[in-house]
Write a protein that binds this ligand. Structure first.
Ligand SMILES: NC(=O)c1ccc[n+]([C@@H]2O[C@H](COP(=O)([O-])OP(=O)(O)OC[C@H]3O[C@@H](n4cnc5c(N)ncnc54)[C@H](OP(=O)(O)O)[C@@H]3O)[C@@H](O)[C@H]2O)c1
Ligand SMILES: *[C@@H]1O[C@H](CO)[C@@H](O)[C@H](O)[C@H]1NC(C)=O
Ligand SMILES: *[C@@H]1O[C@H](CO)[C@@H](O)[C@H](O)[C@H]1NC(C)=O
Ligand SMILES: *[C@@H]1O[C@H](CO)[C@@H](O)[C@H](O)[C@H]1NC(C)=O
Ligand SMILES: *[C@@H]1O[C@H](CO)[C@@H](O)[C@H](O)[C@H]1NC(C)=O
Length: 343
């Protein structure tokens, strides 16, 4: 008797097998239903729901938004698009001249007030934090955008990673982000206590490098994963204080950091990226399985959704693909450096 035949004969007289088949069927229906719900939520978040109205965060009422790493790339766009929505700004980065140029431009163009602070956040200096506190404590701040970040200059094996680079990454991405949030969040709380109409918002820039463990960017990858769980935990703590806390996930964006200049379907420019972020604040988009997290740009979102629903971000296959991707980026970067050195 073949296996199939024995199954059939068992099935015909066993309630047990019948029940098993119903279980399998039920499980299938459950899986398909949840996938369908998540897919619908993804499509609504990305394409169908209207833009978030920032008047709930006090736009156009003299309130301030603080942006770190605001003189270039994604940070500059955050500052510009928040100014466009009627927020006054506090912008922080290393280069005073860049900040002053932006101040003149934004104040003229959007009829708002801009405060600038030039400091090296990687220095992790006490006086830096005091300066931030002194400037910010009397301003009505409702929004903080933790944007400043540093990655490895090129993909590099962990065992060869330069100690300064390693420390800078952790300092900028983690320590400074935590300390600046500790200064600004109480000010946001105070502002919304006084102006009862408004909510607060804390956005932190995460990365696919934190979502997917990334060989050859090990330190960066760990530092972004740290931000993921820190930000989500904080979201729970501050939800009772009317402050929305969200981690923003991004695949590559054209900028000085990514060293990519050409946009493509997968790689938006900072303007497009920030527009999608602010349009969907508070919605998960591609990060359907994560509380207080959003992957706002449509192609990044679909990419994350597919990985989540298939192999999963912690799988060997995704890790291997990623390793070979970064190995080739490293080889190209090393060749380019060698050519430059020859000249
Ligand atoms: N670009 C991407 O592909 C990508 C992908 C995922 C996530 N992200 C994240 O997005 C954020 C912004 O990245 P980006 O690509 O826009 O970077 P970017 O173009 O290199 O801009 C970085 C900004 O931060 C400032 N900054 C850098 N180091 C600083 C320091 N030590 N102290 C104070 N300010 C400093 C820079 O201004 P100064 O030079 O004047 O200091 C500049 O305004 C980062 O957190 C990054 O991890 C980027
Ligand atoms: C946003 O909401 C405010 C008040 O809740 C309303 O006055 C304003 O028209 C809204 N803006 C848009 C663009 O819908
Ligand atoms: C590889 O890692 C990078 C992190 O820099 C991430 O952006 C990318 O999505 C990963 N790609 C794959 C296929 O896992
Ligand atoms: C630091 O954070 C930025 C984004 O906030 C990210 O692009 C960068 O890769 C991070 N660097 C490290 C070392 O984690
Ligand atoms: C955050 O922590 C949970 C466990 O609490 C873990 O399952 C998850 O993978 C963590 N996220 C990241 C990005 O490391």
């Amino acid at each position: 008797m073949s296996f199939i035949e024995s199954l059939q004969s068992a099935a015909s007289d066993s309630k047990c097998v019948n029940a098993l088949l119903w279980c399998v069927f039920g499980f299938g229906v459950f899986k398909i239903t949840t996938l369908l719900c998540r897919t619908l939520a993804l499509l609504f978040d990305l394409f169908l729901l209207p833009s978030v109205n920032f008047s709930k965060y006090g736009a156009g009422k003299g309130n301030y938004c603080v942006v770190t790493g605001a003189s270039d790339g994604i940070g500059k766009e955050y500052a510009r698009q928040m100014a466009q929505r009627g927020f006054n700004l506090v912008i922080i980065s290393r280069t005073l001249s860049k900040l002053e140029t932006l101040k003149t431009q934004f104040e003229g163009q959007y009829n708002i007030k801009v405060e600038v602070l030039a400091m090296d956040i990687a220095a992790d200096d006490k006086s830096n934090y005091e300066q931030i506190k002194e400037l910010c404590q009397n301003l009505p701040i409702t929004v903080l955008i933790n944007n400043v970040g540093q990655s490895h200059s090129i993909p590099v094996p962990f065992l060869e990673t330069d100690e300064t680079e390693l420390r800078n990454i952790i300092t900028i991405n983690n320590t400074a982000t935590l300390l600046i949030t500790q200064i600004i969040a109480p000010i946001i709380k105070e502002t919304i206590r006084e102006k009862k109409s408004s909510r607060g918002l804390i956005l932190t820039m995460g990365s696919f490098g934190g979502l997917i463990p990334t060989p050859l960017l090990a330190t960066y990858s760990g530092s972004k994963a740290f931000l993921q769980n820190w930000s989500n935990a904080l979201a729970g703590e501050l939800s009772g204080d009317k402050i929305d806390v969200e981690l923003v996930l991004s695949y590559l964006v054209t900028s000085a950091m990514s060293k990519i200049r050409r946009t493509s379907m997968m790689i938006p420019n900072p303007k497009q990226f920030v527009a999608s972020t602010l349009k969907t604040v508070g919605r998960r988009c591609g990060a359907q399985d994560r509380y207080a997290t959003g992957t706002p740009f449509w192609s990044h979102a679909l990419y994350e959704f597919v990985i989540d629903e298939t192999f999963g971000v912690y799988s060997k296959i995704v890790n291997t693909i990623n390793h070979s991707l970064h190995r080739s980026i490293r080889i190209r970067a090393l060749r380019k450096a060698a050519r430059k050195a020859k000249k």
